[in-house]
Design a binder for this molecule. Structure first.
Ligand SMILES: NC(=O)c1ccc[n+]([C@@H]2O[C@H](COP(=O)([O-])OP(=O)(O)OC[C@H]3O[C@@H](n4cnc5c(N)ncnc54)[C@H](O)[C@@H]3O)[C@@H](O)[C@H]2O)c1
Ligand SMILES: O[C@H]1[C@H](O)[C@@H](O)[C@H](O)[C@@H](O)[C@H]1O
Length: 346
């Protein structure tokens, strides 16, 4: 069975996913595309030699009977509308993060999916498929480092565009940590607090950068996460879990090391595309394989998207109040209780 995809949004990650489904993975084919910028949709079709219909908008694409699954890779605020339209039409959905930019929007998706009666949606929280995070989870689950007590994270981008706003540090960037960390430690967040350190001169006038976020879990684990999106030197993701018996570190992305001119060095990546390249492949392959084998996607669910959005909303509130803000989750519906963990082979 070949899963026929319609793609909504042919920008940076839309093209990355089109490329991997077309050239690297098995079981999928792009049959339709759309973008608010129709030139972008046309150039994607040309660039990857796709035999795909170009639609004027998400609604007409979703209505194409030839489309089995919708790949939502538009801007965050546009996701909810496309995901709801796809669920309404009974199509599978792979939606890039965030599932919706608000908790209410995620809840509308959760309710629509439950009404449909079976899981259709997978959220692109690809770090759960990254071998480094999978190894960290194994170190925690096997009790190798004892009970986790604290976690220290760093999420740095070399630069961002002028349209990147202060709340996007949470909704667009920290959202990866929000998702992967509660999965890593099997715990939920109780409260969050955001602090604004001294601002870098490289940030646009409207943007607070860097930001330091503290998240506390129900069991008392304290997490500190730095988001710094104009760090200039590279794309740098760090995670250190401090347990009662030891410390576990997320592996660094490995490039070659060099010795030259009295220097010992190694390279640092400059963007996200390479850093999690294997994880992007694995998440999409898993999406296609699990639909083929079980009729439902296996990866991060709409409920995971909801947890991330509630936590992100509390962080955005704390950006405004400067206070510690509670994270108040609704009770998990039975519909999502039997979900399998998206842990794949390393
Ligand atoms: N998982 C990851 O690591 C990762 C990496 C990059 C981006 N993303 C997410 O993917 C999404 C896209 O990011 P990007 O970097 O590719 O952005 P981008 O700006 O490069 O591309 C987005 C594209 O969507 C189009 N678009 C916007 N609204 C639309 C709509 N309503 N209908 C159709 N097309 C629409 C735009 O014209 C643009 O071509 C964002 O939600 C972002 O957070 C995730
Ligand atoms: O959309 C991107 C992507 O999710 C990257 O992984 C993250 O580091 C960036 O901050 C974000 O803007």
């Amino acid at each position: 069975m070949t899963l026929k995809f319609g793609v909504i949004g042919t920008g940076a990650i839309g093209r990355e996913h089109i490329k991997r489904i077309t050239n690297n993975l098995s079981g999928g084919k792009i049959v339709a595309v759309t973008d608010v910028n129709q030139e972008s949709a046309k150039s994607a079709v040309e660039e990857y030699g796709l035999d795909a219909v170009i639609y004027p908008d998400d609604k007409t694409l979703v209505a194409d009977a030839n489309v089995d699954a919708v790949l939502v890779t538009s801007w965050g605020p546009a996701h909810e509308q496309s995901v709801l339209a796809a669920i309404e039409a009974g199509k599978y959905v792979f939606c890039e993060k965030p599932l919706s930019t608000t908790a209410e929007g995620c809840m509308r998706i959760v309710e629509a999916e439950m009404k449909h009666g079976k899981r259709l949606v997978q959220v692109g929280f690809m770090r759960r498929y990254d071998s480094g995070y999978v190894q960290l989870k194994e170190a925690i689950d096997s009790n190798y480092i004892g009970e986790p007590l604290m976690i220290r994270c760093v999420h740095r981008n070399p630069e961002v565009g002028d349209n990147y706003t202060t709340d996007m540090a949470i909704n667009d960037t920290l959202i990866h940590e929000i998702d992967v960390l509660h999965w890593l430690i099997n715990d939920d967040y109780k409260s969050v607090q955001v602090a604004f350190p001294k601002k870098t001169q490289r940030a646009a006038a409207h943007l607070q950068d860097p930001q330091l976020i503290t998240l506390e879990t129900n069991s008392g684990i304290i997490i500190t996460a730095e988001v710094f999106v104009n760090c200039k030197y590279g794309y740098d993701i760090q995670c250190e879990v401090i347990g009662e018996d030891g410390v576990a570190y997320l592996p660094e992305f490995s490039g070659i090391a060099t010795r030259k001119a009295a220097q010992f060095g190694t390279s640092i990546l400059m963007d996200w595309k390479q850093r999690f390249i294997d994880a992007y492949d694995k998440e999409l392959q898993d999406f296609m394989d699990s639909i083929k084998n079980t009729g439902e996607p296996n990866g991060p669910t709409s409920w995971d998207g909801y947890i991330a959005a509630v936590t992100a909303d509390a962080c955005v509130k704390s950006q405004q109040t400067g206070e510690k803000e509670p994270v108040a989750l609704a009770e998990k519906p039975a519909f999502y209780k039997n979900e399998k963990e998206a842990v794949k082979t390393v």
